[in-house]
Write a new protein. Structure first.
Length: 113
């Protein structure tokens, strides 16, 4: 069920679905509300490609978490570059995007193994 907060007479926010059969979902991200329509959601088992992407995501996420202790110099450099840009709102998001791009450019399709 959707959650709607109102400040009379203005609607402050909407999240979730209006009813259970609704295909439009409301998401709140960084203070903005987005409406997303899902026409044919897939409920079957994951494909091999999906499993590989999830494994790569998990690997990059672990690299982001370990970066401050495993490579403090690279972390300091990425932190400096993060402060100079305006696209990403969080340092971890910026680092994840950078490491993800590096993994994609290296043709690393097996989760970093």
């Amino acid at each position: 069920m959707a959650r709607i907060n109102t400040l009379q007479p203005i609607v402050r926010s909407v999240q979730g679905r209006v009813n259970n059969s609704d295909k439009v979902h409301f998401k709140k991200l960084y203070g903005e509300t987005y409406a997303v329509r899902v026409d044919n959601p897939y409920h079957g088992p994951s494909t091999e490609e999906q499993k590989q992407i999830r494994l790569k995501f998990k690997t990059v996420k672990a690299q982001v978490a370990a970066l401050p202790t495993s490579d403090p110099e690279q972390y300091a450099e990425l932190k400096r570059k993060f402060k100079a840009q305006h696209t990403y709102k969080t340092l971890n998001g910026y680092i994840f995007a950078k490491l993800w791009r590096d993994a994609q450019n290296n043709g690393d399709n097996n989760g970093g193994d």
